[in-house]
Design a protein around this ligand. Sequence first.
Ligand code: CA
Length: 303
Amino acid sequence: MSNHQNEITPLIHIVNHYQCELGEGPVWDAKRNSIIWLDIIKGNIHEYNITNSVFNTTSVHQMIGSFALCEDGHFVAALQQGLYFINKFTGEQKLIAQPEIHLPQNRFNDGKCDPAGRFWAGTMSTKDEEGVGNVYMLDKKEQLSIMIEQVTISNGLAWSLDHKTLYYIDTPTYAIVAYDYDLVSGQINNKRVVINFEKAEGYPDGMTIDTEGMLWIAHWGGWQVSRWDPNTGQKLSHFKLPVEKVTSCTFGGENYTDLYITSAKIGLTDQELQQQPLAGSLFVIPFCGFKGIAPIEFQGVGF
Ligand code: CA
């Protein structure tokens, strides 16, 4: 690892005072000027509107691993027991698929739309079993395919700017892997490791990509988000956070210059909570010095 990392100390804010048990899955909604994020454990979708400061919570009544915006403004979501459309305004759920109904100990985790507007989401065991998770791809005709098998804690997904590479994180491996990705079919192959985490810096969790093609990775147990060059495997810089369990990040704001970062307080002792009283908060680093890209919407009809 490089000895020439730039340590940056920017202004970090909390978006509001709400603290999740397991905050995750931030998505910028440009149409509403909102940041939307999840509390996986409580099964809540939170939305904070930057224009009018209105904070809104929708319960899905089961755990929720991830979601994406649909073209029609509603959500496609990976809930504990399957993939659903969720009506943004009423909370109504419409089941799409339950591919792991035979694996009741599994739940869905991180997910994101690929550059063609298909929703990818992976699963994990809630009982710490190894290799029982899978990554699925949902296309606009609501056909579901298994894309990656035998993963343990399926997490960050990002596609390269030229749409030729998928980056993926199975958290316990401490590695970010890349696959050749076919935009037309969604098929992936040629898996290789492109980044290795040092264990002392925590586990790699959620991930996003910036306009220079560099990866931003949240460190679960590592008090930071970091920026990496997937072409060299080198860590370029990082932002320190006042919380240990940093879960995911995404760019938002008018020009995608603001970095939003989710965190968790689950599993912290009372003493640890005293030391990190903002655990579970949604953080933002306005004008962080880098720019992201707009999230891809699901190219299917939800409701
Ligand atoms: Ca995660």
